[in-house]
Design a protein around this ligand. Structure first.
Ligand code: XMP
Length: 331
């Protein structure tokens, strides 16, 4: 629609004016906000933007390749992919406390990003002066309100405070005035696929908090495959009365890896393999949430496929806990 078109034209003008002929670095996570920010800034200044995509090895199945296909392949943006999975897994070895894992992942993320940004700053011929972030309006309120909000941190959500100063860069935040639904509309208008723009939220620490306790590559690989099956079936199953997919009817859905083994039977043999839990919730604000009443037929299909297709998992459970008192994530 032309209102959005106007908004894009205005935002593009504003970015060009602000940036001039200087260079911009942006941390691309594959999430909605950083993706839309990247697409918008790329529209404005093209190759003056370099995106840095830090792959911590705790992404979903094929997620890294999808991000690269989209931004490098389709938008022809400059994207540097940093494969840091071994570094992250190394730092996480032996650590099972959820908050400790979050801190490690957050800290390493900043370290890897900083090193890459510093490298780009040094090697670019033009002056790299800006760090772009996909900060949206609710983030602005949240951090502004944080001064008075002496609330207990139940889960430390890592955000990258102080990074621009440390890198000697100015902040570029073209989504600062927008609410989430406006960011999504903008993304679609910029040509990002609706499937990407309307994705469920995914936590910064990724699968690191969906593998209970110690994170291991073996667990992450099993979880990625199980979760991909769950999400694929949710996207395919439609609710008869609304015609919507169960993916769109839920606010967040994912699979959790439980590092316990249970007994099963396959053919003439006995198995002794891992358990996963499926989690699907409906919520408007993520502060409270109800577990989703997914159709039994859908749960049955998902469970059957995971157990048959993912060797190493022989039991699937469904989480029927609401928030509160349970949280949406298991860690
Ligand atoms: P909980 O589990 O607290 O989750 O009910 C509420 C929402 O926050 C997301 N979440 C996170 N997002 N870093 C993030 O970026 C985190 O450490 C983190 N922990 C939880 C969660 O996915 C849900 O959408």
């Amino acid at each position: 629609d032309w209102v959005m078109r106007d908004h894009i034209a205005e935002a593009v003008e504003a970015i060009r004016r602000q940036v001039g002929d200087e260079e911009v670095i942006l941390g691309l996570s594959g999430g909605v906000d950083s993706s839309v920010a990247a697409a918008l800034i790329h529209r404005a200044i093209g190759d003056q933007l370099t995106c840095v995509f830090v792959d911590h090895g705790l992404l979903r199945l094929d997620e890294g390749d999808m991000v690269m296909d989209m931004f490098a392949g389709r938008l022809h943006a400059k994207v540097v992919r940093v494969d840091a999975s071994e570094r992250f897994l190394g730092k996480l070895a032996g650590v099972s406390d959820p908050e400790a894992k979050r801190k490690i992942i957050g800290r390493e993320f900043v370290e890897v990003f900083k090193a890459e940004a510093a490298r780009i700053k040094e090697t670019h011929s033009r002056h790299v002066a800006w760090l772009a972030q996909g900060t949206i309006y609710p983030d602005v309120i949240e951090s502004g309100g944080a001064k008075s909000k002496k609330a207990v941190t139940i889960k430390s959500h890592h955000n990258v405070g102080g990074l621009p100063e440390q890198l000697g860069l100015k902040l570029l935040e073209p989504l600062r005035d927008l609410f989430k639904d406006e960011v999504r509309e903008l993304g679609v208008a910029l040509g990002l696929p609706a499937e990407m723009v309307y994705r469920h939220p995914f936590p910064g620490p990724g699968l690191g908090v969906r593998i209970l306790g110690e994170v291991k590559k073996e667990y992450a690989d099993l979880l990625r495959r199980a979760d991909a099956i769950f999400i694929e079936e949710l996207r395919e199953a439609r609710d008869a009365s609304t015609g919507k997919s169960w993916y769109d009817l839920t606010s967040q859905a994912f699979t959790v890896f439980l590092p316990v083994k249970s007994v099963g039977v396959m053919g003439d043999g006995r198995t002794y393999d891992y358990v996963v839990a499926l989690r699907a919730v409906q919520t408007s604000d993520f502060m409270t949430a109800d577990w989703a009443e997914l159709p039994y037929a859908l749960l049955k299909r998902v469970s059957g496929r995971i157990i048959n297709e993912v060797r190493g998992i022989n039991r699937v459970t469904y989480d029927v806990s609401s928030k509160p008192p349970a949280t949406i994530e298991w860690e």
